[in-house]
Design a protein around this ligand. Structure first.
Ligand SMILES: *[C@@H]1O[C@H](CO)[C@@H](O)[C@H](O)[C@H]1NC(C)=O
Length: 202
């Protein structure tokens, strides 16, 4: 009877220890998660659209951790993917019936600009993934040039949809998607700039 009681006591102690260890582990994981999210929040505060920056990047916090390089390359990759899907939407839209000639023309111009934008962002993502070798400054310079070009194309596309002559569904749905993509591009450019600056002026 005594030994049974002893076993139960030991088991109970083990059980408590396990609970304690688990909660320590969970607390540590939470701390790390918080630190990663905090890094994204701090970095995003230097962009023009910090809220969008945080919402689009925080789901990658565990991969990014506290790496300015991974933050910049993830921002570029997320932006590329959104630009691609905006481009697809636009192509689908352009096949719909009943558009005014003015709308059809703006849409067609926009499709071209978005295609260029996708291409420029693709080059940037590719360049970011290149291992060192090429001069870092030149590499960053190229990326900054291409991302800026992508942003200009998106603005040109947006402007085509802001005329007073245009209203209705096409304008509203297309424009809001492009605005979001342009804001994401602006944020990605800021994150690339600050990564480049951090390496060049440590
Ligand atoms: C972008 O899309 C590609 C291909 O679908 C995917 O492999 C990649 O993980 C996406 N990027 C991000 C940051 O989600």
């Amino acid at each position: 009877m005594a030994s049974l009681y002893g076993s139960i006591t030991v088991l109970a102690a083990l059980f408590q220890l396990t609970i304690h260890l688990n909660s320590c582990l969970a607390a540590r994981t939470n701390l790390r998660k918080e630190a990663n999210t905090q890094f994204i929040k701090t970095s995003c505060s230097g962009t023009v659209y910090p809220d969008l920056c945080i919402t689009t990047l925080s789901s990658y916090a565990s991969e990014i951790q506290a790496s300015p390089k991974l933050l910049a390359s993830t921002a570029l990759s997320v932006t590329l993917n959104s630009t691609r899907s905006a481009s697809k939407t636009m192509i689908k839209r352009s096949k719909s019936q009943g558009m005014k000639p003015r709308e059809a023309e703006a849409l067609s111009d926009c499709m071209e600009e978005l295609r260029d934008s996708v291409y420029e962002l693709q080059r940037s993502v590719g360049e970011m993934d290149q291992p060192g070798g090429k001069n870092f400054g030149l590499q960053m310079n190229d990326i900054e040039t291409w991302v800026s070009a992508a942003l200009t194309d998106e603005h040109t596309c947006m402007d085509g949809f802001s005329g007073k002559a245009m209203n209705g569904n096409v304008k509203t749905s297309v424009r809001s998607q492009i605005v979001k993509v342009a804001h994401m591009t602006s944020n990605a450019l800021a994150l690339v700039n600050s990564y480049a600056a951090a390496i060049q002026n440590p």
